[in-house]
Write a protein that binds this ligand. Structure first.
Ligand code: CMC
Length: 431
């Protein structure tokens, strides 16, 4: 913690108090105002938490001005180049890269938990065939709360770890089942001889009548996208998981809350929205029209996959994905290059436009991810589900970190009340 303090004075009543600055290992200091109300009788007001740190965390570091993203200190570029998703999952959960023994053990544990209860499958029947898979995910993941009473003591670190493993392992199984339900095909059991991403592709694309050999290019691409999506510090869905868990609710319900938050188009839902937008734009001749729509104050249209609360220079994940997009599309026979070409052109036009330059709006992770997923045969309505599978690792890592923190308290923001002052109840005949 820094020794520096800041003294605040309330000019209305003359009250004055000193507040200390807290330093992390990197990043700006934070003014500790936890005693502000007690000392000064006022709250802070920061809608959208633009200037508010909600916790200490040692999982992920972002420098938005420099375009830096690190998991547990490791640059995202190095992890994307050299690691695999389950190794990154281990890193995020336990803080260190696993050695060979730890890696084998972790893979074994995750494999062991890939199946879902047969009765859980009945939940899918409650959804109409065309239910959005994210809606199905919110419901089915939340319902896991009712299945695993053997590990629901959130004060027991071992129980927490088992729940974390179950969530990471079962998420691809539930995600693939939500897709199969959508297209009316039978669910596929997991194949525990396959690695995490290959097994997911098997559950998505194999049928009981026909085996499916996952394409190594597809496995590599999914691995990479999952690594890039695995964590992003205190984003909306992770903060939702933290806030809901702060009441000591069970982890499955809290991850369902995270999935619900992720679904929004301002967050993870953007990857689906980008593809919808590109399809709507259609071809490069229409770009100017859509850029004009962005600038029209009366038009709510935004360029999906552009802008970020933290990144004000570039999103390092987008840089990696753009490069991989080229590789994947060049290697896949069923590539859909016209949409990628359109996306590249749109990016070029936007980055030269004063509106985007002034506001520091750049392509984010979601601008290109959907193009890769689509080339792999994954439909638009599954893109955010893919994000949810990967982000589950970040959610459970934050949940484990938070639950182990002795200073953890229920999250309970205050408000500036703007409603009516006290008034007396009027009987119905006098209103
Ligand atoms: N297209 C056009 N204008 C934009 C966009 C955009 N995508 N994003 C922000 N702006 C403008 C916005 O209208 C505002 O302009 P003005 O100052 O004239 O009112 C200014 O830029 C600041 O925007 P903001 O909404 O105050 O910024 P924010 O930090 O609250 O929102 C955001 C961040 C990501 C929600 C927003 O940029 C956005 O809606 N982007 C499109 C959706 C998207 O791609 N989301 C994915 C984010 S990355 C994946 C993840 O969430 O993990």
């Amino acid at each position: 913690m820094a020794n520096d303090t800041i003294t605040l004075t309330n000019n209305n009543d003359g009250r004055s108090a000193e507040f200390s600055l807290r330093s992390g290992t990197e990043g700006p200091d934070a003014l500790d105002i936890s005693s502000l109300y007690k000392d000064m009788g006022v709250f802070t007001y920061d809608p959208g938490f633009v200037s508010t740190a909600s916790c200490h965390s040692s999982i992920t570091y972002i420098d938005g001005d420099e375009g830096i993203l690190r998991y547990r200190g490791y640059p995202i570029e190095q992890l994307a180049e050299n690691s695999n998703f389950l190794e990154v999952a281990y890193l995020l959960l336990y803080g260190e890269l696993p050695n060979a023994v730890q890696q084998a053990e972790f893979h074994g544990i995750i494999r062991y938990h890939t199946m879902i209860k047969e009765t859980l499958k009945n939940f899918f029947d409650g959804f109409h065939y065309d239910a959005h898979p994210m809606g199905v995910m919110v419901g089915v993941v939340g319902s896991l709360s009712a299945f695993y009473h053997d590990s629901l003591d959130i004060n027991n670190p071992r129980h927490r770890e088992i729940s974390a493993h179950r969530l990471i392992a079962k998420m691809p199984t539930i995600a693939a089942a939500s897709f199969k339900h959508n297209i009316g095909e039978p669910f596929m059991y997991p194949r525990n001889d396959l690695d995490y991403c290959a097994n997911f592709l098997h559950m998505m694309f194999a049928t009981p009548c026909e085996d499916y050999e996952p394409d190594p290019i597809a496995i590599k691409a999914i691995n990479l996208l999952f690594i890039l999506h695995a964590d992003h510090e205190q984003n909306a869905s992770t903060s939702t998981v933290r806030l809901s868990s702060s009441s000591q609710a069970n982890p499955f319900a809290c991850i369902a809350a995270g999935i619900a938050s992720l679904w929004g188009p301002a967050h993870g839902g953007a990857n689906e929205a980008v593809l919808d937008m590109l399809q709507e734009i259609g071809d490069a001749s229409q770009i100017e029209k859509y850029i004009a729509k962005v600038k029209d104050k009366d038009d709510p249209f935004r360029l999906m996959g552009f802008g970020h609360r933290v990144y004000k220079n570039f999103d390092p994940r987008a840089t990696i994905i753009r490069k991989v997009c080229h590789e994947v599309l060049n290697n896949l026979a069923d590539s859909n290059n016209p949409l990628f070409e359109l996306a590249l052109k749109l990016e070029e036009v936007a980055l030269e436009d004063e509106y985007f330059i002034e506001r520091k709006l750049y392509p984010n992770v979601d601008f290109y991810s959907g193009i890769i997923y689509r080339a792999l045969g994954i439909p638009n309505n599954m893109f955010t589900v893919m994000f949810a599978i990967a982000r589950t690792v970040g959610w459970v890592a934050h949940w484990m970190e938070m639950m182990a923190d002795p200073h953890q308290r229920i999250g309970r923001p205050r408000q500036i009340y703007t409603g009516a002052s006290e008034r007396d109840y009027m009987p119905l005949d006098q209103r």
